[in-house]
Structure formats: C-alpha cells, structure tokens
Write a protein that binds this ligand. Sequence first.
Ligand code: 4NP
Length: 152
Amino acid sequence: MKILMVCLGNICRSPLAEGILQSKLSDDFTVDSAGTINMHEGKSPDHRAVSIADKYNIDISEQQSRPFSASDFEKYDKIYCMDRNNLKDVLSLAKTDEDRNKVALFLENAEVPDPYWGDMKDFDEVFQLLETASERVAKDLKSRVKSKESHV
Ligand code: 4NP
C-alpha cells in the first residue's frame, strides 16, 4: 500500500508526516510526500523540521522536496493533505471519482497549521498533531489491509 502526504512546500509538514507515519508502519507500506508548489524542489526539509523529528528519534534528513503531479493519482492508494488549500489544489488535478476518493485531510476535519513562518514551538505543536493523526491513520490502514487479506 502506498501513501502520499501533501503540503505546500514539501519542506515542513508533509516531510514530518511522512517520517512519523512510516515509523508506525512496516515496509509493506510506502509513505512519500510532495508539495503543491515546486519552489523548493530538490531541497532537504527545513532544518527546524529535521531538528524536531530528530528530537523524537525520526530521521527525515534524507528526504528531498518534489512537486505533486497528476500522475501521483496512479501511484498512490491514499493521498493525505495537510490543509484545505492543499486539498483544493490536489483535487483540481483529479480526473475521476477514483482519484477524488483517494484524497483526504490528514486531520479529518482540521488543518495542520503551517509552521514555516513560526518558531520551534510551532514545529513541536505540528509534530504532536501529526503524531496523534499518524497513530489513528496507521491503525486504520493496517485494519484495511487485514480486511482485504481476509476477503481473498
Ligand atoms: P510546508 O511549509 O508547506 O509545510 O512545507 C511551507 C514551506 C515553504 C513555504 C510556505 C510553507 N514558502 O512560502 O516557501
């Protein structure tokens, strides 16, 4: 199963979401991330995101920013967006209901605030939001895979 995390720049929130969710799943699950803009393409995550992840023993330093593309709908089973603008931008590239059904807000009914213009406290708060959501989503994904297996 392949999961994609999406934010604006792919240097703060979605790299953290990728690292945290992957840490809760086995290698049967692939977690990647992308941004809706290409401004930071090829760059490492923001040093504050790397540093907050490191504080909780998660290494995101090897990730590289890349823009979201319409072809990601074919490559991923689930696409989680960090805020409503990301959701709107991703949905604008969807061509089918199958594409649209893959897309959701990572926090269900709330947004992950953008910490880019903030400080380390904002990055820590974002980490905690992503940690709680990742716990819920990891459980949900594991049970979905299990129920698929029991129906074959
Ligand atoms: P992210 O944060 O979407 O969580 O990666 C941002 C990164 C870069 C910018 C804004 C938000 N920017 O304006 O360059």
